[in-house]
Design a protein around this ligand. Structure first.
Ligand SMILES: [Zn+2]
Length: 151
């Protein structure tokens, strides 16, 4: 006698890319909320800076915030796109594709940091999850120190 029960439909095939697609389409590369919050805090600390400039050594991702005289380059890295250890969650759909993309971003970050360091810049990376006030305080200390050194 056959059982009328059937196994529950597998969830493995459920479309899971909708959320991922939304996240992709929301991606912004400049003037993100964490970036703006950081700039407000830096300004509050009396720092003056430039924004959105290419590294002096040429191409690559724009530096989000720069202190030209002190030669400090600040990047605000999105937790998802740059693989934050606390918040990176690999999407299940097309996992290999996105993993490669994120790892590519991280590899590029490393190259950019190395290039700037070799040119005498101090690179500061801020995760988007960091409190803007704390990040700004950390950056201010570095800028002040470097500013004095460069005189
Ligand atoms: Zn994070």
């Amino acid at each position: 006698m056959e059982s009328p029960d059937r196994p529950a439909p597998s969830r493995a095939a459920a479309p899971s890319s909708a959320a991922v697609s939304r996240r992709m389409s929301r991606q912004r590369t400049r003037d993100t909320a964490p970036e703006k919050a950081l700039r407000v805090q830096l300004h509050r600390l009396g720092l003056r800076y430039r924004i959105h400039s290419r590294p002096p050594a040429g191409k690559g991702r724009e530096i989000d915030v720069l202190f030209v005289r002190a030669r400090v380059a600040v990047f605000v890295d999105g937790c998802y796109w740059h693989g934050c250890p606390d918040h990176s969650s690999w999407p299940r759909a097309n996992e290999a594709f996105w993993r490669a993309k994120i790892e590519g971003n991280r590899a590029r970050d490393t190259v950019i940091s190395a290039t700037l360091s070799a040119a005498g810049w101090r690179v500061v990376r801020v995760w988007e999850h960091e409190a803007a006030g704390e990040a700004a305080t950390r950056i201010a200390a570095i800028v002040h120190q470097r500013g004095l050194e460069s005189r």
